[in-house]
Each structure stands twice: as C-alpha cells, then as structure tokens.
Ligand binder design. Structure first.
Ligand code: SF4
Length: 374
C-alpha cells in the first residue's frame, strides 16, 4: 500500500506564523491545476502498489472549485491503482465550508476532513491573521457532521501570546462538546521570515515562557486522555479507528507520491521534492523541464529518520526491525546509546518495541538526538 499527497498552493491570506508554500493570488490557479494533472500522469510509472490514502493539503485545498477537484480525482483514478475506499482527506478552512461545498466533497469520495481551526477564540484567530472567526469554526464542524462526515480532525495551536490556561482548557473542552474524534495540536513556533518573527523581533508581542507552554502541553495530554483520545504521536490524538492512516504511513516509512509545488515524495530509498514556486513549477512542467530535486537516502540517514519519527509514536522503535534493516555498526551504536535510557523512567519496552513513557515525551528530541548515528 502507498499514499498520495496533493499540494494546493493557494490561500486567502497569510497567517502570521505560516512558512508553508502558497500564494494569495489565484491568478495562475487554472494553469497550476493543468500542470498538476500533467505531473500526476507523468509519475504513474513510479508506483505500482495500491493506493490506500489520498491527502489534499496546502495551502488551502478548500479554495478549489468542485470542477478542479473532480478533474484531479478523475486523473488519479485513471492513472493509479486506488483501493475501493481509501482514506481520503481534504484540508479545509472553516470559512470555505458551506453546505454545497461539503456535499460536493462527500459526493467525490472524501471521507475525512481536516478543518484548520487553530482556536475557538476570536482574539487568538485575529493574532494568527486567520480568515475565519470562532463562530465559523464551530459552525463548519457542526455542518460537516450534519452532512455525514464522521471522521473529522482539527488543528489547535498552544504556547501562543494570546492564549492563557483558561482559554486553552476551553479549546480542549470543545473537542468533547463537538464530538471531534481526532486532534492535531502544535506549539507555536516562530519561523524565519514570517509576520510572527517580525513581531517577536520588534517586541510587538511576547511569547509565553517554556514553563507555561509545557504546562499547556501537560493539560493537553491529560484532557485528551479524559476525553478518550489516544496520543498515538506526540502531537496527534485520536479515538480508536480515527488515527490518521496517511500520516501514520509517513511515520511507518511507507511509500508516497507528492504532487504540486513543494510536494515531497518518498519511494524506497529515494526522496524527491518539487520546486517551491508556482510559476517555476507551471513553466517547467509545460516545457518538459526538470522541476524536482532528488536525494538517495543512505543507511545512516534512513536510521536517523526512523529513530526521529518512530520514537514519537506509540509504535516506537522496533528492535527486530533495526537488527534486520541496518548494519551491525549502526545496531551496536543504538544498543550502546539506548542503554542508559532503558533503566530510566523515560522509556519502556514491550514485545521488542521501545516507546516513550509519559515522562519521556517531554525529552523526545533529546533522546532521539542521543541515538542519532553521526
Ligand atoms: S491557511 Fe494554512 S497554509 Fe495558508 S497561510 Fe494559513 S496556515 Fe499557512
């Protein structure tokens, strides 16, 4: 089984913290969709396995018209071996979701919505420069459920200047009130060249302390557990049967193809990434020029990536997999570096799998970096 990711690089406006690739001008949308269609057709030889997950991300895929969407879907179906009911996710922003849009998405086979909520408070949303308000956030979730979408995930951000503990608890309460089965929750990070970066640099805003952010993370872990959501990855929480199959496959090292500007693909031990520029992408595809770079993943990199991604999940690092996949030197390095942690309260071992304990989650990055083979 493999996955497909489609990057739709358009947004209504620029969120203050965002460093993803997108454009706020829709001027070249039609040309870009045509280029996307061509790329989907061109890459069909790269993968022969059945496709079990399709994920439209961005940018803002919900900005596409139904015709754009149908055209891309048709091209995927024509060129790839897609299983009967794949997990089919579309990222949507609350302000785009009216009744007709939701019906169209449902009719085209979409069975999972990722609604970019970020917060249920207007002052947070204004600080993030989001295009929606808190009323639209709640209404879009209720409307999607009304139309028949059960599998809904939302994103929330914590560790932000406008979010105190009371508001954070209320945001988490909404997961229960609105019966949302999956949550991705991220701490605010200040990426270079973003509006947020400028605001922090010029003292227009002040970030919370690390201790305050850690307190919110602890509340996140406790509250999601009470609600019945499992923390199956450090930042991802889901009810049984609602874990993201697409993202879980990334963490399990399963092949995927990415289409669109800035999209990444991973096939066996090769990674490809497309140019992060809409015009360059459109021109290169129309003139049959190269639009992606390629990297061969060596054994050391593969091991480091395995440690980094798997340690963050409930599946953990599997000892038999390590021994059968990597050379003796790497395995010996792992055994030496993991040893002190095995007798600590940070890791636990069960059936050949080493996973983080609740305490270990707070130092996941440090443990990974100690285990890296450099
Ligand atoms: S909608 Fe998403 S991709 Fe677009 S600017 Fe905001 S965070 Fe970035």
């Amino acid at each position: 089984m493999a996955g497909i990711y489609i990057h739709i690089p358009f947004c209504k406006q620029k969120c203050s913290y965002c460093d993803f690739h997108f454009s706020t001008s829709l001027k070249h949308k039609d040309d870009l969709i045509q280029a996307l269609i061509k790329e989907i057709e061109q890459k069909k030889e790269l993968i022969s396995e059945p496709i079990s997950t399709i994920y439209f991300g961005g940018g803002t895929p919900s900005l596409m018209t139904n015709d754009d969407f149908l055209l891309i879907n048709e091209t995927l179906l024509k060129n790839y071996n897609i299983i009967e009911k794949p997990e089919f996710t579309v990222e949507c922003n609350p302000d785009d979701l009216d009744k007709q849009k939701l019906i169209d998405l449902k009719n085209s086979g979409v069975n999972r919505l990722s609604i970019g909520t970020q917060s249920f408070f207007d002052d947070d949303l204004q600080f993030f420069n989001r295009a929606h308000n808190s009323k639209q956030a709640k209404e879009s979730i209720l409307l999607a459920q009304d139309i028949g979408f059960e599998n809904i995930t939302i994103d929330l951000i914590y560790g932000t200047p406008t979010l105190d503990m009371k508001k954070w608890e209320e945001n988490l309460n909404q997961i229960e009130k609105l019966k949302i089965p999956h949550l991705s929750a991220y701490t605010l990070t200040v990426e270079p060249k973003t509006t947020l970066h400028h605001m922090v640099k010029t003292n227009q805003t002040q970030l919370p302390t690390d201790e305050e952010t850690i307190e919110q993370f602890k509340t996140l872990m406790n509250r999601t557990k009470e609600i019945g959501l499992t923390q199956y990855e450090v930042s991802n929480f889901g009810k049984e049967g609602f874990y993201s199959q697409h993202n879980s496959n990334y963490w399990k090292g399963i092949n995927y193809l990415g289409f669109g500007p800035s999209a990444h693909s991973f096939i066996e031990n090769k990674r490809f990434w497309n140019v992060s520029n809409n015009i360059k992408y459109i021109e290169a595809i129309s003139k049959n020029l190269n639009y992606f770079e390629k990297e061969l993943i060596d054994e050391k990199t593969a091991y480091n990536e395995y440690i980094l991604t798997r340690l963050r999940t409930i599946w953990g690092v599997n000892l038999s997999f390590l021994k059968t996949t990597f050379n003796q030197k790497i395995v010996e390095h792992f055994q030496k570096e993991i040893h002190p942690y095995l007798n600590s309260s940070y890791l636990q071992t069960e059936n050949e799998s080493i996973t983080l304990t609740k305490e270990g989650i707070f130092i996941a990055d440090k443990i990974s970096s100690d285990l890296f083979y450099v």
